[in-house]
Design a protein around this ligand. Structure first.
Ligand SMILES: Nc1ncnc2c1ncn2[C@@H]1O[C@H](COP(=O)(O)OP(=O)(O)O)[C@@H](O)[C@H]1O
Ligand SMILES: [Mg+2]
Length: 348
């Protein structure tokens, strides 16, 4: 059976809407449930959050059951729509785990979508078209609402304003990084200030705690003396495929295809092998952003990443100006995800 694919063999021809129609809980979070979310006793807010969200699922089920579809009947039978939720907390406390648990527990129509994905969709269609498409779902699970980029934050808020007119409930998570620990309160204030009166339709849940992530060895053989080609040769994908690609070739491909299609790369693969990964300089912001977006998708797809590179530490992948610039959250998140999922080897 074929277990490897090349970049040019990947199919990018599916219509963009399929990314909404097929948007289920990402592979990495498929197995997440309220049952396997184990609250840390030292942080009571974790247990409270879990209990509140279990209750919310029931509230939404009741709301959907009792709300008549017929417009006339709706005027007679008034039901109150459950609040939207903003799940805030530092990195790795299980926000996305809880978000996926809601999706897995809710039996009706739900959509899991990342905030970046939503932004790309709005840029591709229009805001109202996207609202129209998403309002077919009872729940929109919106991962990583970004408040640091004012343009995106405004677009996100406009989206909320429009979807708030429908029966859809939005459950959003924040994307605070460890380096921004102190800034969490500020994030919350920024979010509230930007939301204006819309904040009243939101309930905020703050989850305290420590990063739950731990490094899981993804390889079952030693890699210390291997080169990338050798690792690629030995690697046995579990279900999906493996892809070997040169870094420059990958960057070119990312330029050619719309970012909403990066999911096609991520969801087809079990492992990605990048030859000659090299740092992004300060002139390469657009390439760097496309790459961070690919990494976001690979992370959701639970794809293992192996790269040959002369950099000894993944943190040197981006020029300092990129790491400290306007997109520092995206870049920080990318580095943290690479740290979890990427194995670096020396080039030949
Ligand atoms: N309380 C918990 N019980 C079980 N698994 C957890 C818990 N908190 C986090 N995890 C796991 O740790 C990893 C990181 O959690 P995640 O939900 O991605 O964090 P966040 O979205 O807050 O950054 C995931 O694999 C998740 O399943
Ligand atoms: Mg998350």
């Amino acid at each position: 059976m074929k277990n490897a694919i090349s970049l040019n063999e990947l199919d990018f021809s599916s219509p963009i809407e399929t990314i909404i129609n097929q948007n289920t809980i990402p592979p990495k979070f498929k197995g997440c449930s309220f049952d396997n979310y184990i609250p840390n006793k030292d942080y009571p807010s974790q247990k409270q959050a879990k209990e509140r969200l279990i209750e919310l699922v029931q509230q939404i089920e009741t709301f959907k059951r009792k709300t008549p579809k017929n417009k006339l009947l709706r005027k007679l039978i008034k039901t109150s729509k459950p609040p939207h939720i903003y799940l805030d907390g530092v990195f790795g406390v299980g926000k996305t785990h809880l978000l996926a648990s809601i999706g897995n527990a809710y039996r009706g129509k739900k959509l899991f979508i990342s905030f970046s994905e939503l932004m790309y969709l709005i840029a591709y269609y229009t805001l109202l078209d996207v609202v129209d498409m998403l309002s077919q779902y009872d729940i929109v699970l919106l991962d990583e609402f970004e408040v640091d980029d004012p343009g995106d934050a405004m677009m996100g808020i406009n989206f909320i304003r429009e979807i708030n007119k429908t029966d859809t409930v939005v459950i959003a998570t924040s994307n605070t990084l460890p380096s921004q620990l102190g800034a969490r309160k500020l994030d919350m204030l920024t979010f509230k200030a930007r939301m204006g009166s819309l904040i009243n339709s939101f309930e905020t849940i703050i989850i305290d705690g420590e990063d739950y992530r731990f490094k899981q060895p993804s390889l079952n053989f030693s890699i210390s003396n291997s080169n990338l080609k050798e690792i690629f040769g030995k690697y046995q994908p579990k279900e999906k495929l493996k892809l070997y690609v040169n870094f420059e070739e990958l960057i070119e491909k990312l330029k050619e295809i719309h970012p909403t299609r990066y999911r096609n790369i991520a969801y087809s693969l079990d492992a990605l092998f990048i030859e000659n990964l090299r740092p992004f300089n300060d002139m390469e912001l657009m390439d760097a952003l496309r790459f961070t977006y690919l990494i976001d998708m690979l992370y959701y797809g639970d794809v293992n990443i192996f790269a040959s590179s002369n950099i000894d530490n993944i943190w040197n992948l981006f020029h300092q100006d990129l790491k400290e610039g306007k997109f520092k959250t995206k870049i920080g998140r990318c580095l943290s995800r690479l740290e979890e999922k990427c194995v670096l080897v020396k080039p030949d």
